[in-house]
Write a protein that binds this ligand. Structure first.
Ligand code: IMP
Ligand code: MG
Length: 182
């Protein structure tokens, strides 16, 4: 089992599995709404997935514009949970097809907020691509249009995702299972 920073990390989805799935997803995305396509990566967790998915989209012949939005949840664990914009996109979304890319769809709050925001700004169509769907954790009525993998209810790291700012650099998605033996 890989050991990183003294922790055992059990791979859940390997780099090879993710690469294969990214190409399948890109083909599905290319056959959906792509008028004046704007791809928006939701930072920070999606940065590696977005980079790989974009290159897979290029292989299908698409040439989207790429933007980034940083969103943050507040009030986690309390009744009033919300999402705020930490850093916004610069582009105008009016009458454009938009693809939002995120790492994990969990409660659905983050992507529901982002999707509504873009429709309010006049987007023609907004679709959602996520690497992982933790559907058992859903709180909002929201489904992604493109899903890499259904994710079991573990806290996962790697491939852009962190725990306490660590493990984003891993090329695979895994679960921290404990301390490695010295
Ligand atoms: P939600 O759908 O609004 O609940 O937010 C999902 C966000 O929470 C994702 O974009 C991740 O940033 C974060 N997140 C949820 N589960 C995990 C996990 O297992 N590992 C790392 N980040 C997670
Ligand atoms: Mg996130």
């Amino acid at each position: 089992m890989p050991v990183v920073r003294g922790k055992n990390i059990e791979p859940l989805f390997t780099a090879e599995q993710i690469a294969e799935r990214n190409h399948e997803m890109a083909k599905d995305i290319a056959s959906g709404p792509t008028k004046d396509l704007l791809v928006i990566a939701v930072l920070k967790g999606s940065f590696i997935f977005a980079a790989d998915l974009l290159r897979a989209l290029h292989d299908t012949g698409l040439a989207p514009e790429v933007e980034f939005i940083t969103l943050s949840s507040y009030g986690a664990g309390t009744v009033s949970q919300g999402v705020r914009i930490v850093k916004d996109i610069d582009s105008d979304v009016k009458d454009r097809d938009v693809l939002l890319i995120d790492d994990i769809l969990e409660s659905g709050r983050t992507l529901r907020f982002a999707k509504e925001l873009l429709y309010e700004r006049g987007a023609r169509h907004v679709s959602l691509a996520v690497l992982l769907d933790k559907s058992v954790k859903r709180q909002e009525e929201l489904e992604a249009d493109y899903v890499g993998f259904e994710c079991p209810d573990y806290f996962v790291v790697g491939y852009g995702m962190d725990v306490a700012y660590a493990f984003r650099e891993l090329p695979f998605v895994g679960v921290v299972t404990g301390d490695a033996e010295a």
